[in-house]
Design a protein around this ligand. Structure first.
Ligand code: PCA
Length: 173
């Protein structure tokens, strides 16, 4: 079983990113650090899918949230409030001009959220991953999975900026 889990480098002037702090502690999975870059991160995720892993979970940090968000929907929109780490700030942009408006995660999202709550970890299903780099990576992942024609489980999980590190490891059973 080849499970790839990605996390992000810091952005927005922060020194660490809780997603990578959580991911880099995992054992038994392939860990990939993604740049907070609209131009570069999507292509890296597409390459990971091209390597035909058994599953891909991308993880990002969500500053304002206090529980783990298991994301259900990626939208075909880039609308950045702050520049990414390359200095790009797309507004009203499409991620894939010829792609559908949205994709659903193919991970068992409800089961993941339920299992986390059973373990007394605050977790919820989320219906927006925002419109910044995390959503763009999630969309690129699901676009690649759908175009590959081989239904591999893929999805995105947001961890809180504070406490996310301690909460996350239990997701990987
Ligand atoms: N969070 C940002 C991008 C990278 C990250 O960890 C987001 O939610 O889009």
């Amino acid at each position: 079983m080849r499970l790839i889990v990605t996390g992000f480098e810091p952005f927005g002037g922060a020194e660490v990113n809780a997603s990578w702090e959580a991911v880099r502690r995992l054992e038994g999975v392939e860990k990939v650090l993604l740049p907070v870059s609209f131009a570069r991160a999507g292509g890296m995720v597409r390459e990971l899918v091209a390597g035909a892993p058994d599953a891909v979970i991308c993880v990002g940090e969500a500053g304002g949230r206090s529980s783990i968000s298991v994301e259900r929907v990626a939208v075909n929109l880039m609308d950045a409030r702050i520049p990414d780490n390359d200095g790009a700030r797309p507004v009203d942009g499409r991620i894939a001009p010829d792609g559908p408006a949205a994709y659903f995660a193919t991970l068992p999202t409800r089961r993941i959220a339920t299992r986390l709550r059973e373990a007394n970890i605050p977790a919820e299903l989320s219906y927006t991953a925002g419109t910044y780099v995390c959503n763009a990576v999630f969309y690129a992942l699901m676009d690649a999975v759908n175009r590959a024609g081989k239904p591999i489980p893929g999805g995105f999980i947001h961890v809180p900026a504070k406490g996310g590190v301690a909460l996350f490891p239990i997701i990987i059973e």
